[in-house]
Design a protein around this ligand. Structure first.
Ligand code: NAP
Length: 302
């Protein structure tokens, strides 16, 4: 199965980056794109995110071997219904959504009988929109593919190949397992950041100037995560409800244990945990998921 034409639906950060990476790596693949928003279509064309931006969804997918839905997870069903009339019978339908069980269900419902292979490139930033994409977003990052039971092995191989050519490392996983893993590594950390920044802003009457002024501490790094796209993250929590609530239960228990340790002056518990978490940071760096420059590599004046 050769992928010579790729249609990208949703021309924001992820969609734009797929188009730019395809071009920058010189892949022999023609790209088309569509977004429901006319202004996004215009800006995507101006930046050359894909070879051809189409005015209608069905035109964008008409000759595509692979269609990738790059819209918020809550909009996957709508986007799938919009492309349905134009799909070629052999087309592989995939996506980049951050939760996988709910998306697989929405796509299967909207496109009965189609070859659907959901995927999630674990790569992103807190920026969104057609100006946010860049060609190296996927380089060295994981792309998790979650094929449904009985999926065509040739289609899985073709999709894996595509992501490998964009520079990603590919892993196959069951959708439910993906949702549990990502709840811990991505969804709960975002929820914590939203909570901390939200709490600080609730206290703003008393502390507003101090919160901003002294935000060179840990708070500043939370504000970056908490600036992530509100639509995207609303949809992630609504569609990965089960896994997030399960992991949140565990997290709350651990938080309560720490609260108890602080109250009772149990320094050993605190020290042991903080030592264990340092090891995790080292492993993240060793596996190439971050580098070890202090303070995220920020330049500091003398
Ligand atoms: P984005 O920059 O906001 O782009 C999404 C685009 O899709 C927007 O232009 C949006 O238009 C458009 N859109 C929304 N509903 C649509 C529909 N029904 N039909 C066609 N276009 C539609 O978002 P993104 O960051 O690229 O995220 C896209 C997907 O990637 C999400 O499912 C997200 O979970 C996943 N993802 C994101 C990251 C990340 O860090 N950002 C990482 C990995 C995966 P409007 O502005 O008009 O709504």
């Amino acid at each position: 199965m050769t992928i010579a034409r790729v249609a990208i639906i949703g021309l924001g950060l992820l969609g734009g980056s797929i188009g730019l990476a395809t071009k920058a790596r010189g892949l022999p693949i023609a790209t088309t794109g569509w977004d429901r928003d006319a202004s996004v279509r215009q800006r995507a064309a101006a930046r050359g995110l894909v070879d051809q931006v189409c005015e209608r969804a069905e035109d964008a997918v008409a000759e595509a071997d692979l269609v990738i839905l790059c819209v918020p997870v809550g909009a996957m069903g709508d986007a799938a219904r919009a492309i349905a009339p134009g799909l070629a019978p052999h087309a592989i339908i995939s996506d980049v959504g951050s939760s996988k069980e709910a998306v697989a269900e929405a796509l299967a419902q909207a496109l009965p009988g189609a070859t659907i292979i959901p995927a999630h490139p674990v790569a992103g930033t807190e920026q969104s929109g057609p100006e946010a994409g860049f060609a190296t977003l996927f380089a060295g990052r994981w792309c998790i593919i979650t094929p449904p039971d009985g999926a065509d092995p040739a289609a899985i191989a073709a999709l894996s190949d595509f992501w490998t050519q964009l520079g990603s490392k590919v892993e196959l996983m069951d959708a439910a397992h993906h949702d549990l893993v990502l709840a811990v590594t991505s969804h709960i950390p975002h929820l914590i950041a939203y909570t901390i920044v939200g709490t600080a802003s609730d206290l703003e009457d008393v502390t507003q100037s101090e919160v901003i002024k002294y935000s060179a501490g840990g708070f500043r790094d939370f504000t970056r995560i908490a600036a992530s796209d509100p639509v995207m993250w609303r949809d992630v929590f609504l569609t990965n409800k089960g896994a997030v609530l399960e992991m949140l239960g565990r997290f709350t228990e651990d938080l309560t244990a720490l609260q108890r340790a602080i109250r009772s002056g149990d320094g050993d518990t605190l020290f042991d945990l903080f030592t264990r978490t340092r090891t995790i940071r080292r492993a993240v760096i060793e596996q190439g998921q971050d580098d070890e420059r202090p303070d995220f590599g920020r330049e500091h004046g003398e």
